[in-house]
Design a protein around this ligand. Sequence first.
Ligand code: C5P
Length: 302
Amino acid sequence: MIRATAHGKVNAMLGVGEAGDDGYHDLVTVFHALNVRETIALTEADDPANPKVTVAGPYSSSSIPCDDRNLARKAVSALAQATDTHVPVDIAIDKNVPVAGGMGGGSADAAAALVAYAAWIGLDDPQLLHDTAATLGADVPFALMGGTAIGTGRGDELATVMSDAQFHWVLATSASELSTPNVYGRLDQMRAEGRAPGPTLDAEAAVAAFVSGDPHQLAEALHNDLEAAACDMLPQLREVLETGREAEALGGLVSGSGPTVAFLVEDDTHALDLAVMLEASTSVRNVVRTSGPAPGAHVVED
Ligand code: C5P
């Protein structure tokens, strides 16, 4: 058996430009990997003609496909194809990142699966892993890389942000799921109707805040162009954001395309105070206290 892990993320800054011909929007984003992680275990397939995907863990959900649409399966197939290896493997996913929450859980599954399959076949080719990751989804290259990074293009052209500091976050998950393409589509529609502002494509303030290590500075820089669309689709997210403000979080924003809301706090004590307030909100499903940055996808030794 080979096990690998990859982490969920928050976009501390997410600016969304125009959609290109491929339907993808030009992004300027600052990714920050969080200490919430997916673990993937590969084993030799029981039935080589029908390799399986199974999902367990706190965020296991019937909405996750276990067939060829599963992102970890797609990752293994893509790398098997690129290396002409085709080892039939069963995939067991331990889900600790909320599903369809805007935290890159599916992308983490794909990144962990790439690293695990690469270890299985003895491949050491970071460029091939990055290129394969980019074919699987815009957030998969960052899940491979981890840490804190500026993402441009679709979000898959990455540059590391050097930052030593640990930041403390409180995540409020939602009982509802949001489809990423639908949230992007709603933003386009709202912009066309003049109901949402144009793009914010400057990551400088967020990058400077990560480099400084000052959570107050980072709180000022938190920004997500998709927030207006996510809140339009799920108005209760505004209440969750308001609860965070009342509980004096340093800052808060919808994570990626939502509906998870991420709050930045000063330290563990502050996180606990905020968690208590959020747990009382009927719009919140689970509250998770975590920190970042977290490392990139890697094999875990037992
Ligand atoms: O690449 P990924 O599967 O994560 O993207 C899901 C969907 O999100 C895309 O099909 C697209 O509709 C939207 N998206 C986008 N622009 C990006 C990234 C994602 O429009 N840069």
